[in-house]
Design a protein around this ligand. Structure first.
Ligand SMILES: NC(=O)c1ccc[n+]([C@@H]2O[C@H](COP(=O)([O-])OP(=O)(O)OC[C@H]3O[C@@H](n4cnc5c(N)ncnc54)[C@H](OP(=O)(O)O)[C@@H]3O)[C@@H](O)[C@H]2O)c1
Length: 297
């Protein structure tokens, strides 16, 4: 495994995602505590020490179940990444964002209680909030850090303007932007975010690196086109198509950390295999252009 320092925190290059741990959605695991304990032991055996959660996953139940199971392991052997800032009212079916000082501080305390632990390694603002006051949100994150409740702070799904505003308000100590990126999703390439991260040496975490499975299952034209190229390269390099995607993501100079969302440890192994794979340069561009969205001119 490779390990990546982000300020005071060191994460494993491959991160285990827990979005699908609990909940009513199709594809949610809804596994027992014993099965989760086995899964976490399997991650640690492989050197995958960083676990990604959020308060909204399973409406809090993801953090609650992790909080029941993680204390069976030594706290210094794993890192918890979690997120706050999305508020959902199930009764009215409405959602909104809250990145005010008081909300972020209380959301962090609530997450610590659910997670049953004394500190969060990396605490992220989950989505870019059109009402973001970078000085107020930044003060909340810095105070939480000073109090030892979080070790480092970052954001998720931010555009370059909001990220730069908050990073400046925090004297440059934002540690990541957790973003969606895969061979059919180029939002952050096209917004300049990947350039911003590379130039500022801020390493992104990548969510839905396999497009939530759509790279292998969707009949939409762009996914079918991307799949054909991934399958051809998988044959050439003697690995699975998923391994090609992880290698493609990690080869970019921004130094991304992919978050694996699939349930089995075999899915994790496909990502780990990519640590030893380097695509030839022309092949990197084949994946970039495969879906037809990006053009090489
Ligand atoms: N910051 C954010 O806003 C945000 C948003 C979404 C997610 N996340 C984080 O990112 C993590 C990863 O996201 P994700 O779960 O969407 O990741 P993903 O790895 O792109 O997708 C996982 C899904 O793809 C399926 N899959 C994987 N390989 C497959 C294959 N070869 N054929 C068919 N299906 C396959 C998995 O099914 P199996 O379970 O059967 O393997 C699973 O349902 C989440 O757990 C969460 O921690 C963050």
């Amino acid at each position: 495994m490779q390990y990546v320092s982000m300020g005071e925190v060191t994460l494993s290059r491959i991160v285990r995602g827990f979005w699908r741990l609990t909940g009513p959605k199709a594809g949610s695991w809804n596994i027992s505590d014993e099965a989760l304990k086995e899964m976490i032991a399997g991650c640690l055996d492989r050197g995958v020490t960083s676990f990604d959660a959020a308060d909204v996953y399973g409406m809090g139940q993801c953090e609650v179940q992790l909080g029941r199971v993680l204390p069976a392991f030594r706290r210094e052997d794993y890192q918890i990444v979690t997120k706050a800032g999305i508020c959902r009212n199930l009764e009215t079916g409405t959602s909104y964002y809250n990145t005010s000082y008081d909300y972020l501080v209380s959301a962090c305390h609530a997450a610590l209680e659910r997670l049953n632990c004394a500190y969060i390694d990396l605490f992220l603002i989950h989505r870019e909030d059109p009402m973001l006051d970078p000085y107020e949100a930044g003060r909340a994150l810095l105070d939480l850090k000073k109090q030892g409740l979080i070790r480092e702070a970052g954001v998720s799904n931010f555009d370059p303007f909001k990220m730069e505003g908050l990073n400046r308000a925090m004297d440059g100590c934002l540690r990541t932007n957790q973003i969606e990126l895969h061979p059919c999703c180029f939002e952050h390439f096209n917004s300049g975010m990947t350039d911003y991260l590379t130039a500022n040496r801020i390493r992104p975490m990548i969510w839905s690196p396999l497009a939530g499975g759509k790279l292998f299952t969707s009949e939409e034209e762009e996914y079918a086109k991307a799949r054909a190229v991934l399958e051809e390269l998988a044959e050439k390099y003697g690995v699975s198509p998923a391994t090609i995607v992880y290698a493609w993501l990690m080869q970019h100079p921004m130094g991304a950390l992919p978050i694996v969302g699939g349930q089995s440890l075999a899915r994790l192994d496909e990502a780990i295999a990519a640590l030893d794979l380097r695509l030839e340069r022309p092949d990197w561009y084949r994946v970039y252009a495969a879906s037809g969205q990006q053009k090489i001119r």
